[in-house]
Design a protein around this ligand. Structure first.
Ligand SMILES: NC(=O)c1ccc[n+]([C@@H]2O[C@H](COP(=O)([O-])OP(=O)(O)OC[C@H]3O[C@@H](n4cnc5c(N)ncnc54)[C@H](OP(=O)(O)O)[C@@H]3O)[C@@H](O)[C@H]2O)c1
Length: 317
């Protein structure tokens, strides 16, 4: 099968190549999926370079442990192991795996659920890590309730476009922060108010919020907490500032009431099912910025790495 492979850390054109490799072997508990589409998230950019360096402790010290990158896919079940009960060949599914940027990918049965009715493979592949993060941030960390005022900083990106829609589905009054070119898009996906960060500083607006989801991390934690109500929660989710900010937020969360804990989103079947329901009830629709061919994956990851994606970037086979 064709796959994007990576045997060292570095920049896309230096380390990613399209190669013919063996199809994954289906073990007893596994499902083999013929990948129709895969999506990229900002973590793929970080993992490809192995930066920040602490990532290498988890994903391979000298080179990536998994030579085929990518996590989020949608496709058709090609074969199942003998213990698999809920899926069968021909089923259209979406979910997560190791080695998404390939024609076939293999993972346990619980990594996949049936593709949401009415979604294309490209849209279904776009859900993945970004939507997991948005849902877990707002539901589990922020405990968003109907009527809450919620601000999403970085509302136009992969996580942000899901977060705006999920917060609306919880009955929140949602403010999205984005740049001028994305104001209409962020409003179109349901934001009640939009702050153009090139014109206005959300930390100085005088408004108060119950929950702030910060997907950008370009402001200090205390600046981000300033527009919160006294019982409000800041959810720090801007990974670019690295380990220092993560640790600082973690320590502050022990002492400062408004400071939420930084978190790592975990892919779970339960979350995938909730997202499928939100999509099928029309409350959430993935926003796709660009699609690329598998052979164009280096360009696609480079684009995401620039930090200005408008929703999700998808690879089609
Ligand atoms: N906790 C976890 O487990 C987890 C999982 C996934 C991602 N994350 C983190 O979540 C963050 C967001 O990820 P993502 O996938 O949404 O990134 P992304 O798709 O690259 O989003 C980038 C977006 O940020 C916007 N942006 C850039 N500067 C901004 C500013 N000053 N104010 C407001 N918006 C700004 C950009 O809009 P413009 O083009 O308009 O500037 C763009 O739409 C990252 O830091 C990532 O590391 C955490």
């Amino acid at each position: 099968m064709k796959a994007i492979v990576q045997y060292k850390y570095g920049l896309p054109d230096d380390v990613l190549e399209l190669k013919e490799i063996n199809k994954p072997v289906v073990k007893d508990d596994d499902v083999l999926v013929r990948v129709h589409a895969a999506s990229i998230h900002i973590g793929d950019w970080h993992l490809m370079r192995g930066v920040p360096y602490f990532l290498r402790m988890m994903f391979g010290l000298r080179k990536p442990r998994n030579s085929v990158p990518g996590n989020d896919i949608a496709g058709k079940v090609e074969a199942v192991g003998k213990n698999v009960k809920q899926l069968q060949p021909g089923d259209e599914v979406f979910g997560w795996c190791k080695g998404a940027f390939a024609e076939y990918a293999c993972a346990g049965e619980n990594n996949f659920v049936p593709k949401p009715v009415g979604l294309t493979f490209e849209q279904a592949a776009a859900v993945g890590v970004s939507a997991f993060t948005a849902l877990q941030a707002l539901r589990d960390q922020g405990k968003v309730q109907p009527g809450h005022k919620v601000l999403i900083n970085g509302a136009s990106g992969g996580v942000g476009t899901f977060a705006v829609q999920i917060a609306k589905s919880f009955g929140a009054d949602v403010t999205g922060v984005c740049s001028t070119r994305n104001v209409d898009m962020v409003r179109s996906i349901g934001a009640d108010h939009v702050i153009d960060y090139t014109q206005e500083d959300f930390t100085q607006s005088g408004q108060r919020y119950d929950v702030i989801l910060d997907n950008v991390g370009n402001r200090s934690l205390s600046e981000c907490r300033r527009p919160l109500t006294s019982r409000g929660t800041l959810i720090p989710n801007g990974g670019e500032a690295g380990l220092g900010r993560f640790v600082k937020a973690l320590v502050l969360s022990l002492f400062v009431r408004q400071q939420g804990r930084p978190f790592l989103s975990l892919p779970k079947k339960e979350v995938l099912v909730v997202l499928k329901d939100l999509i099928e009830s029309g409350k959430v629709t993935p926003v796709i910025d660009r699609t690329y061919l598998l052979s164009e994956t280096p360009e696609a990851i480079g684009y995401v790495g620039e930090g200005h994606a408008r929703g999700k970037v998808v690879i089609t086979m």
